[in-house]
Design a protein. Structure first.
Length: 434
């Protein structure tokens, strides 16, 4: 009888866990996933605008690469303060504020008239969006127990390739809406693709809850289970007091992880900001360019799902992340010296799959080292320092194009650094439960 009672209790507990996590995922993931999709679309849609905008504004490849990367400077500067304010004011309010700000700032970029205006608009957009990504990562630690985080991050990071799958054909088509109300096609593209961020900010305000204990949309037993489960994963109160949101900046592990993320951010942006121009060089139209440029991201969807599920199944993040980064870097390096269009696009598909699959498992590693208030500061610091790779890569690749007439030299340099840091990640996480 006792055995039967124990089995019944376990079954009841498993059912409660399953019901709770299904409810949490259904409520939170669609909103934050859509928000990240829109943020990525608004961040990189200038890669399509560049097909027409560069000539209208008189931008060289170097100036375009510099402007594309300037976004990440102010993004970096304001990320840690933004996450500190998120902890103070609550995720729901702060994330809604960020989305409203970046949507409006992105619209302003449609009205720049030269290189300086382009630089200023990118700096402003970076400041407005700062804190969204690490804020969402921290928000996840408040809702998802550790054993769910890799797969949840995998679902979340599907927003990145989907932003290209949806945005690439859309952007290519919108470039042809030229002359309506005296605006160019690239201006309409930027305005219309920024509008969803403004709309979604009000959805975030109304639908999200700051913490599980205040989530009235969960049943009482679900709230109790989730709060208790998450509390058991937190460090002792005394340890939590020693690690504040800013004290984590003294931890050398933070800078090692930031350097690894820097390599992936450089790899990702070394592909995404120039992919439409690479495809256009094959002799395609704007619409064809949009369709073809979506293919690498579509391939990445399967890679993200497979790698993150495998990481959870084997309870291993470090090897999965390192191998994904290694494969991505190697594929991009080879693609830079291959000139046959089909072979080059296949290699870019592999490179894109590697860099995006890396993100889903990599961001499950920092919460192992940093918890409680330190998680907000640690995640923001890793993101803000690492995302500088997004500044360096477009400038390096654009500069190499102006000097050599090819994207190859810059892309090979970016890829080589990613390969080195794949081994660096294995070294710095050796012996850790990652």
């Amino acid at each position: 009888m006792e055995v039967l009672a124990t089995q019944a209790a376990r079954a009841s507990h498993a059912d409660l866990e399953s019901r709770t996590m299904r409810a949490v995922m259904a409520r939170i993931l669609p909103i934050i996933g859509l928000g990240y999709l829109i943020s990525f679309l608004d961040r990189v849609n200038i890669s399509f605008a560049a097909l027409e905008m560069n000539a209208d504004l008189g931008l060289s490849a170097t100036q375009y690469g510099l402007g594309a990367g300037l976004f990440f400077l102010t993004y970096t500067l304001f990320e840690i303060p933004s996450n500190a304010l998120l902890v103070r004011f609550g995720a729901r309010r702060w994330i809604a504020r960020i989305m409203l700000s970046w949507g409006l700032c992105c619209m302003l970029m449609a009205f720049v008239t030269g290189p300086r205006g382009f630089y200023a608009a990118r700096l402003l957009l970076g400041a407005a969006e700062a804190g969204f990504f690490p804020g969402i990562l921290y928000y996840m630690t408040l809702w998802f127990p550790a054993k769910y985080r890799a797969r949840v991050l995998g679902y979340f990071f599907l927003a990145v390739p989907m932003s290209f799958v949806i945005g690439s054909p859309l952007s290519g088509a919108l470039l042809n809406v030229d002359g309506l109300f005296a605006l160019k096609g690239w201006q309409w593209m930027i305005i219309l693709e920024a509008l969803p961020a403004v709309v979604l900010s009000f959805v975030v305000w109304r639908r999200l809850s700051d913490r599980p204990d205040g989530a009235q949309w969960l049943a009482q037993d679900q709230r109790v289970w989730l709060v208790d489960t998450l509390a058991k994963e937190q460090p002792a109160a005394a340890e939590g007091r020693r690690h504040s949101i800013f004290s984590v900046l003294a931890d050398p592990r933070l800078y090692g992880l930031a350097l690894v993320y820097f390599a992936d951010a450089a790899l990702n942006n070394g592909i995404s900001f120039f992919l439409p121009q690479i495809v256009k060089s094959f002799g395609t139209s704007n619409v064809q360019t949009g369709m073809i440029a979506a293919i690498p991201s579509l391939c990445s969807v399967g890679a993200i799902l497979w790698v993150t599920r495998s990481a959870d199944r084997y309870n291993d993040r470090r090897w999965h992340a390192a191998l994904a980064l290694l494969v991505g870097g190697t594929a991009l390096a080879v693609s830079a010296v291959v000139h046959e269009p089909l072979a080059r696009m296949m290699l870019i598909c592999i490179a894109s799959s590697g860099t995006l699959a890396f993100m889903g498992v990599f961001w499950a590693i920092p919460p192992i080292f940093f918890t409680g208030p330190a998680a907000a500061g640690g995640l923001a610091a890793i993101s803000s320092l690492g995302i500088l790779g997004g500044f360096v890569a477009p400038y390096v690749v654009g500069y190499s194009k102006d000097i050599t007439g090819s994207f190859a030299t810059g892309q090979i340099g970016v890829a080589a650094f990613a390969i080195v840091m794949a081994f660096g990640l294995l070294w710095m996480t050796r012996g850790k439960p990652a």
